[in-house]
Design a protein around this ligand. Structure first.
Ligand code: ZN
Ligand code: ZN
Length: 441
């Protein structure tokens, strides 16, 4: 590994500052046209074309994610509507043909001589929320509020895509300053932790030596701009559960029915009664339930949406095991059939301490201040953990940076909006961290 020369650090700073206006343009555009997971069509089309212009080899369509490892896909009708909307909103029609059917996301590769393989992950999807639009809210005041009803970049992935394109551009412009291979993964469907595993299964990070990703993180700028690493993200599994019973007249022949509604309710109440674990924190949540047709018919069907979490992958597995026993037993009590559909999954993650130090040192040379301590605890879940684990299992190192941003609303709230100064800070910190890991030319 080479330390970053003062000369290269200065170039990174200048090139990134020169891009500041472009970064803001990109961010506002992505913010105005948010797209939900596996339907990021306009977004992916822009990403691919920008990367090609910068000189990258770009993998997309069925090469981006392993087809049968994608979790939580939308239904066919939603998908078709999303493709049609993207077309109307300026997506490249030729690219759309290749990415429709939920083949969103892209991998940009720049082979630039001998040296390590540096991987990066930027997530690109939005959330099903109706954005706040009153004055005093930055995107509303500046006129780039979401144009899509009930869809919003409330997790800051608009700024992540932007940083990803910014990093790609600066790394390409500084090609004569580093030697190695750069692989930038633009990941679909991070929300609901559905997409990362399918990129890992496609083999994109198998040869990666150093893996980096970032997430914007609500925090004041007072003493630091970012945390070089994080951990404590909860492992999690998301399920949809369908109970199937038998309809019967609720008064005339209730004994002939099999009550799916009662089976589901029994399961839900007992899911919350799973014993806590002495090994660390766990969670269970059922956030949605639907059952039956009307009051005088024994409910034939029930559907609920649930998740479990655990501080470690093992604790999450404990929760999964107990949850499945309860669902199975509740179904049996009412002689119902059931199916459990896995909708998303993430494992726990931890940044490598020595890599965090190297990131802190590199970013410091481009004027981006690291938090003390370097490691900040996450209480959410993040499927980037699958990429980290693959790289770490292969002997490489990985980290998830948290880029601080003041915000009135927290992540996943309708008033979440990043401070736009994070765009250049993020690009500088990541480019410096990457270049510092590679031999100079
Ligand atoms: Zn999120
Ligand atoms: Zn996020």
């Amino acid at each position: 590994m080479s330390a970053l020369s003062a000369d290269t650090a200065q170039l990174i700073t200048e090139k990134t500052d020169g891009l500041a206006d472009r970064l803001i343009e990109w961010r506002r555009d992505f913010h105005a046209y948010p797209e939900l997971g596996w339907m990021e069509y306009r977004t992916t089309s822009i990403i691919i074309n920008e990367l090609k212009k910068m000189g990258y080899d770009v993998l997309y369509g069925k090469d981006a994610c392993k087809e049968d490892e994608r979790m939580g896909l939308p239904c066919a009708q939603e998908d078709e509507e999303a493709v049609a909307r993207a077309l109307k909103e300026g997506a490249d029609p030729e690219l759309l043909k290749e990415i429709k059917g939920g083949h969103t996301g892209a991998v940009a590769i720049l082979k630039n001589g001998d040296g390590p393989v540096i991987g990066m992950r930027f997530d690109i999807d939005a959330l099903p929320l109706q954005e706040f639009s009153d004055s005093g809210y930055f995107p509303a005041d500046k006129g780039f509020n979401s144009k899509h009803p009930s869809t919003m970049h409330a997790c800051g992935h608009d700024s992540h895509i932007t940083m990803g394109l910014g990093v790609a551009r600066v790394m390409a412009e500084l090609k004569d300053r580093w030697s190695g291979t750069l692989k930038i993964l633009f990941q679909p469907a991070e929300e609901g932790v559905r997409g990362a595993k399918s990129m890992v299964k496609a083999g994109h990070v198998d040869d990666v030596d150093i893996m980096l990703a970032q997430h914007v993180w609500p925090h004041e700028f007072d003493t630091a701009d970012y945390a070089p690493g994080s951990g404590g993200a909860l492992a999690t599994t998301k399920y949809d559960v369908n109970m199937k019973g038998l309809a019967a007249h609720a008064s005339g022949a209730p004994q002939k029915g099999k009550n799916a509604l009662l089976a589901a309710c029994t399961a839900v109440l007992n899911l919350y009664a799973i014993s806590r674990h002495s090994g660390g924190s766990t969670r269970v949540s059922v956030g949605k339930i639907e059952a039956g047709d009307t009051r005088n018919i024994v409910a034939e069907h029930a559907h609920f949406e649930m998740e479990v979490r655990g501080l470690t992958t093992e604790l999450n597995e404990y929760m999964e095991r107990r949850a499945k026993t309860i669902i199975d037993a509740a179904a049996k009590m009412y002689e119902c059939d059931y199916e459990i559909i896995r909708m998303g999954e993430a494992i726990s993650l931890d940044s490598d301490p020595d890599l965090m130090q190297q990131i802190a040192d590199a970013a410091d040379t481009v004027g981006v201040r690291a938090n003390d301590p370097h490691w900040v605890e996450m209480t959410a879940s993040e499927d980037y953990a699958f990429m980290m684990k693959r790289v770490q299992d292969n002997g490489g190192k990985a980290s998830l940076l948290l880029i601080f941003t003041p915000s009135k609303g927290g992540l996943h709230s309708v008033e979440f909006s990043v401070d736009e100064s994070v765009l250049t800070k993020g690009v500088k910190a990541i480019v410096a961290s990457a270049v510092a890991q590679m031999p100079a030319r």
